[in-house]
Write a protein that binds this ligand. Structure first.
Ligand SMILES: Nc1ncnc2c1ncn2[C@@H]1O[C@H](COP(=O)(O)OP(=O)(O)OP(=O)(O)O)[C@@H](O)[C@H]1O
Ligand SMILES: [Mg+2]
Length: 230
């Protein structure tokens, strides 16, 4: 199985990160998905986003998490911060089991800044983002501000999905990191009135940048991608 991809979603609150992750989960057609469900919002239909139609079974306990991992069942785990290290160990096992069974799996971390701090990633999470991708499992990480999250995961990102940022420092930081002009990043809009949430998706491996937007229309969310030159 090919290596997995780490996709990092960044942007201000209500900028469309969740919409993008859920769209990617539907498009990814995964056999199993494990979510660090910070809010929680991945556990049943209709919450979080209308694009989201297949909420995962929820676990509130470590026991439930382990049962799901052993069976390679999808699971949205809503734990406390003190569960994070445990979750990351379990997530690595989940990725290994998926590899052995030749299944397409994905691990999602929502609101990363709530559980890691700037600097090196905490132990189990660091191991997962450094070594987990070679199991073939994809990893999706969501953070409002890269500057508030660890450096390890963003450094391992294959794709950075940038939504509207609020703090000018964030646009500068993301521009330095991706090579996309900071004006392009600072110009991204998220408008709940029109239902349009713009983004830039930067492939760090090929330097291909796609500009696009999510548009909420009735009960669905449509995604448009246009390749642009950097
Ligand atoms: N179920 C829904 N119905 C209608 N609009 C929605 C729905 N879910 C999300 N939206 C719209 O999409 C916008 C972006 O939501 P999203 O969950 O993607 O934000 P986010 O970037 O993940 O923010 P946060 O960091 O606060 O979680 C919201 O402001 C809201 O206007
Ligand atoms: Mg969100």
């Amino acid at each position: 199985m090919a290596d997995g991809t780490l996709k990092y979603y960044v942007g201000a609150s209500r900028s469309g990160k969740g919409l993008a992750v859920k769209n990617d989960l539907v498009k990814g057609n995964y056999d199993a998905v494990l979510v660090w469900d910070a809010k929680p919002e991945y556990h049943k239909s209709g919450t979080g986003s209308q694009v989201w139609s297949r909420g995962y079974p929820q676990s509130l306990s470590r026991q439930g998490l382990i049962s799901a991992v052993k069976r390679l069942d999808s699971c949205a785990f809503f734990g406390r911060k003190t569960d994070f290290d445990y979750f990351c160990h379990a997530a690595f096992v989940f990725a290994e089991i998926a590899k052995i069974r030749n299944k397409k799996a994905c691990i999602v971390f929502e609101e990363l800044a709530s559980v890691v701090s700037a600097g090196k990633a905490p132990e189990a999470f660091g191991d997962l983002v450094r070594m987990g991708l070679c199991t073939g499992c994809d990893i999706k990480i969501v953070s409002q501000r890269v500057a508030e999250s660890d450096k390890t995961s963003i450094s391992n990102a294959g794709i950075v999905h940038i939504c509207r940022t609020q703090n000018p420092d964030d646009a500068r930081y993301l521009s330095r990191m991706t090579g996309v002009p900071k004006e392009d990043i600072a110009g991204l809009l998220a408008d709940p009135e029109t239902g349009i949430f713009q983004f830039l998706a930067v492939d760090m491996r090929t330097n291909i940048v796609q500009k696009g937007h999510a548009k909420i229309k009735g009960k669905s969310v449509l995604f448009n991608y246009l390749p642009i030159k950097v």
